[in-house]
Design a protein around this ligand. Structure first.
Ligand code: HGY
Ligand code: MN
Ligand code: MN
Length: 406
């Protein structure tokens, strides 16, 4: 890439890293002022690169670089973040897509390119992930639009508040015949490349994942007057359940299961918890093993609730099967890595990515960039500028090969 690539890339990462809903940490959920500011900033870089820029109804930021043919290669990722996030998750991929267009310096390709910053990949506010990429592929349904956040505001309401007209979403979806493929670069978010002392790798596939909302309802009561044996303490039931989740995951090779969010009601230091609602995220590269683990964990929840005389609710929020990336696009990336004198190392992704949704309408492939200490969803997340530049060179080479060979 150009001489000042690394410097300008880091400046952009740092500039976006400052756009947050929280003063002392990076938290940039979709449909917030910091997210709108981030879209404006990235949009200005896209315009300066000669792209036409628009934001669709749900909030995807789309930079378009016209080619000789309107059929489009999409290069994307997301710029929304989790709470207290790192600066590279998602953002690295959007900025790399932008860098590829900048490196073309106005050269026309036989296809067009769209760099997309997808809205709400993380699902931080509504627990449903991939909102923007679901919309882009026409896979966001009416029921999902009713999912509500902790304040009871639905996704549809949040889109309207953000200036979107819901009825437009279906007509903005892309048709398979309009897209020639999807490429995404992403920080690995794991320790594999670092352990192999490699700057980049190719993603072989993305683990299937299931997200649930689970609640235990016992009986709130006075902390000072209700004897222990007469209590139906929802937090104790939830605690037993969380340990049962951990035990199930540990015994199944390759399974990961996480309770990341938990709300206690009435949440007072002198009141026995009457109801606890928690999130559950279960993933495995093999769908059968993931489903088997879900059944086992679900029956643990039912047994715990029955044993403690509690009501129990188990709601599936979202589920995506494990997917294998496209052999054609994988080979394209492999050729570019080998040409750049790097081994074409394949890694499976435990993290989900917008490519999961794009795979519904087109072929997808992903490039991973080494992640220091494998740390992600954490402010310590870091990718070295030199590794990012290698990824940019490889991605550009892959795009140029696609332009040459089709
Ligand atoms: O949860 C994930 O795998 C991603 O960070 N959205
Ligand atoms: Mn993430
Ligand atoms: Mn991500």
């Amino acid at each position: 890439m150009k001489a000042n690539f690394q410097k300008s890339f880091v400046e952009r990462i740092e500039a976006l890293g400052k756009l947050s809903e929280e003063a002392d940490k990076l938290t940039r959920p979709s449909f917030t002022p910091s997210m709108r500011a981030a879209n404006v900033l990235v949009g200005s870089w896209m315009s300066a690169a000669g792209m036409t820029v628009r934001q669709d109804t749900i909030g995807n930021l789309i930079g378009r670089y016209e080619g000789e043919n309107p059929k489009t290669l999409i290069i994307g990722s997301h710029i929304d973040t989790v709470r207290d996030a790192g600066k590279y998750d998602g953002t690295l991929g959007v900025l790399l897509g932008l860098a590829i267009v900048e490196a073309l310096e106005g050269k026309k390709l036989p296809f067009s390119i769209e760099v997309i910053a997808f809205c709400d990949e993380e699902g931080l506010r509504f627990h449903l992930s991939y909102l923007g990429s679901r919309a882009i592929v026409g896979a966001l349904d009416e029921k999902q639009l009713t999912f509500a956040d902790a304040e009871g505001i639905s996704i549809a309401e949040a889109i309207k508040q953000n200036g979107g007209v819901i009825s437009r979403i279906p007509q903005e979806a892309k048709k398979p015949e309009e897209v020639i493929g999807y490429l995404e670069a992403h920080i690995e978010q794991g320790p594999v490349l670092e352990a192999m002392n490699l700057p980049i790798g190719i993603v072989s596939g993305i683990a299937g994942q299931s997200r649930f909302e689970i609640s235990f309802t016992g009986e709130a009561g006075h902390a000072g007057t209700v004897p222990m044996r007469l209590r139906r303490d929802a937090l104790c039931a939830a605690a037993n359940f969380i340990l049962a989740v951990q035990a199930e995951a540990i015994k199944t090779e390759g399974l990961v299961a996480t309770v990341g969010q938990l709300t206690v009601e009435p949440s007072a230091s002198n009141a026995i918890p009457g109801r606890v609602t928690l999130s559950l995220d279960i993933r495995h590269q093999e769908d059968k093993l993931r489903q088997f683990a879900i059944e086992s964990i679900k029956s643990s929840a039912e047994n715990i609730a029955a044993g403690e005389g509690m009501l129990h609710r188990w709601t599936l929020i979202s589920e995506s099967p494990s997917l294998h990336c496209s052999p054609k696009l994988l080979n394209l990336l492999k050729e570019s890595l080998i040409a750049a004198k790097y081994p074409a190392t394949m890694i499976s992704s435990g993290a989900g990515h917008d490519g999961v949704q794009l795979s519904r309408i087109t072929e997808i492939a992903m490039l991973f960039v080494r992640c220091r200490g494998g740390i992600s969803h954490n402010p310590l997340e870091y990718a070295a500028p030199s590794d990012i530049e290698i990824a940019a060179d490889v991605l550009l080479a892959a795009v140029m090969t696609l332009a040459k060979n089709g």
